[in-house]
Design a protein around this ligand. Structure first.
Ligand code: ATP
Ligand code: MG
Length: 339
């Protein structure tokens, strides 16, 4: 597998009047060409900040990349000029945001927004770009594309806007697409269509996709590999089977057990993870999950766990994996099975 992106020891903070928010605290991961990787974790754990760092869209100030490198096809994104970044954004990597209305231009026809990117990055003439824009709208499944290309974003439904965003993001055939909660605002059937669409496009165009989501159903449907984040760190990583059938971090167990399933006994409450994530102004020295972890040991409060290898590609930062730690039986729930 050929590597497309290598994020190494990335640290991102926001310097605010109240102090420094340590949003991303030493994150490393690779993405191969054409691969689909999901980043999951609860609100505020640093998923979007990680994505925005790759796109170099962190507002600076207050944001600052304190440490680490982001190597995209041999170039360190953290060291490029804004001009170089402008070229890369849209042409080599692009992003789909949660709310398309905030990133589509309300005063510009949808077709023109796609064409604009083609004219800028691919130096197409306007006629050719307009033709390609219609083609892209067709590709993302917008019916009546010729007519729709002449409409403004407010004339599109939510699902269509999301498709239009994907069309814009893919117009220049980027090598990497980052989709940050791309389906959260949509109803379930449209969600499924958008996911199908992303999967098809990945197959057709060999685009690598980083999908950020709260929704483990989306992960199971789309991703090949999963990174589980907690308080600015990756606490477990593995392929789909590793994470769904042999998860090792108590936080991952909690995540999986909080997924509603149709056969859920209505008299039982859905499991939730008690407590709140740590304060990112002063993150703890030990495992950030320890205060919420029913298996926490003394060392968990004192030292951040090493990354233990479970199997090839599956690793976890948890002291329970230490050979001297007591053997813990994971709670067996839907999708959580003992290995
Ligand atoms: N522009 C900013 N200024 C100050 N703090 C910020 C800024 N952007 C993000 N943060 C902080 O960084 C931390 C990580 O935020 P991030 O947006 O990455 O969370 P997330 O995992 O994407 O959460 P969600 O699932 O809610 O989208 C949070 O504590 C957030 O408040
Ligand atoms: Mg986010």
């Amino acid at each position: 597998m050929e590597k497309l992106l290598e994020v190494k020891d990335l640290e991102v903070s926001f310097k605010t009047y109240a102090g420094e928010i340590k949003a991303v605290r030493g994150v490393s991961f690779d993405i191969n060409k054409g691969e689909i990787v999901a980043i999951v974790g609860e609100s505020g754990c640093g998923k979007s900040v990680t994505a925005q760092s790759i796109m170099r869209l962190i507002p600076m100030p207050p944001g600052i990349i304190k440490k680490g490198s982001i190597i995209f096809e041999g170039r360190d994104i953290t060291k490029l000029s804004e001009r170089e970044m402008e070229h890369i954004r849209g042409s080599e990597m692009s992003m789909v945001f949660q709310d398309p209305m905030t990133s589509l231009n309300p005063t510009m026809k949808v077709g023109a927004q796609i064409a604009e990117s083609l004219i800028k990055h691919q130096k197409m003439h306007s006629k050719e770009a307009w033709k390609k824009a219609i083609e892209m709208l067709k590709m993302v499944g917008i019916p009546n594309a010729e007519k729709r290309a002449n409409q403004y974003p407010h004339e599109f439904s939510g699902g269509m806007r999301q498709r239009a965003m994907i069309a814009i993001a893919l117009a220049c055939n980027p090598k990497l697409l980052i989709a940050d909660e791309p389906t959260t605002a949509l109803d379930v059937t449209i969600q499924a269509q958008i996911l199908d669409l992303m999967r098809d496009l990945q197959k057709k165009l060999n685009t690598a996709i980083i999908i950020i989501t709260h929704n483990l159903g989306v992960v199971a449907n789309l991703a090949e590999r999963v990174l589980v984040m907690y308080a600015g760190k990756i606490i477990e990583r593995g392929n789909l089977d590793d994470i769904f059938y042999n998860p090792r971090h108590p936080y991952t167990w909690g995540l999986l057990m909080s997924v509603p399933t149709p056969d859920l006994d209505k008299s039982k409450k859905l499991a939730s993870i008690e407590g709140t994530p740590p304060d990112l102004f002063a993150p703890p020295v030990g495992c950030p999950f320890a205060p919420r972890c029913e298996y926490a040991m003394k060392i968990c409060y004192e030292k951040y766990p090493e990354e233990f290898t479970v199997s090839d590609g599956h690793s976890v930062a948890c002291w329970l994996m230490h050979p001297l730690a007591p053997k813990v039986k994971p709670p067996v729930g839907k999708g959580v099975t003992l290995s």
